[in-house]
Design a protein around this ligand. Structure first.
Ligand code: ZN
Length: 253
């Protein structure tokens, strides 16, 4: 199983538990050049903590710390706050955006999206994909097109690697799903589940995920024996694991 690193999912708004915000309101720290608005959440905690979620700065504080001390503390961390905000913004801009002049990824390559009135409804030319704007739902149309490409490629890679690894007879079913928490999964009954958004990843990364799941048909855990099997077929698997952790946020529509 390959778990998706949810910390990278910057494009989905997370709703803060309103109960914790019941007695909080937006605070403001003034600096010579910058004002830092933040949401203050007081609770029975022991120390101050700071997080930046989407574009919002959240400070969690024990009840006894004064507002002035919190302001000073937030001020002292303004550089870190700015770095966090810049990093979140940069990641959000990388996430696929299915609109005219937007972008997506196909096998790790950035693809420019153009809405057009031409047939066929979705076509690709070099690093540009044309989506018919005549369609009622261009985004749905594109998603269906991408899914088809994903299933064709992933199915072929499962067949290819299952033969090489020697587990072809053990694969009972291949299922394609969008799962929010994992890229792939394998059951003891031979069901291989793959997140079809993987089609946006480089082909070497896709192969790593396929190899990983198929190797579970040899070793059902993540022991040293398991990784030794994976390494035989995907010698640079550590790089691909890191790529998924670092860049996985790009693979979501
Ligand atoms: Zn696994």
């Amino acid at each position: 199983m390959i778990i998706f690193n949810r910390k990278n999912k910057t494009h989905k708004n997370k709703t803060l538990n309103r109960q914790h915000l019941a007695d909080s309101k937006t605070q403001l720290v003034s600096q010579e050049q910058q004002e830092i608005p933040y949401v203050l959440i007081r609770s029975r905690r022991k120390s101050l903590s700071l997080t930046v979620v989407d574009d919002e700065v959240r400070v969690r504080s024990p009840y006894h710390v004064s507002k002035q001390d919190i302001d000073t503390w937030v001020q002292s961390r303004s550089l870190w706050i700015n770095q966090q905000k810049a990093s979140i913004k940069a990641k959000a801009e990388e996430v696929p955006s299915i609109k005219h002049d937007g972008h997506c990824y196909l096998f790790g390559v950035k693809i420019h999206i153009v809405f057009s009135d031409q047939e066929p409804q979705v076509s690709i030319q070099g690093d540009q994909v044309m989506i018919s704007a005549i369609a009622k739902e261009p985004t749905v149309l594109f998603s269906q097109w991408l899914q088809k490409k994903a299933i064709t490629h992933l199915s072929a890679r499962v067949d290819h690697w299952a033969e090489i690894i020697g587990v072809a007879t053990k694969v009972s079913q291949v299922v394609f799903k969008i799962t929010k928490t994992k890229w792939g999964h394998c059951t003891s009954s031979g069901v291989i589940q793959l997140n079809w958004y993987l089609v946006m990843a480089p082909k070497t990364v896709i192969d790593y995920v396929v190899i990983h799941e198929l190797c579970h048909l040899l070793v059902m855990n993540h022991s040293a024996d398991f990784w030794a099997e994976v390494q035989q077929y995907s010698p640079h698997f550590q790089e691909h694991k890191q790529w998924l952790r670092r860049e996985g946020h790009k693979l979501w529509l």
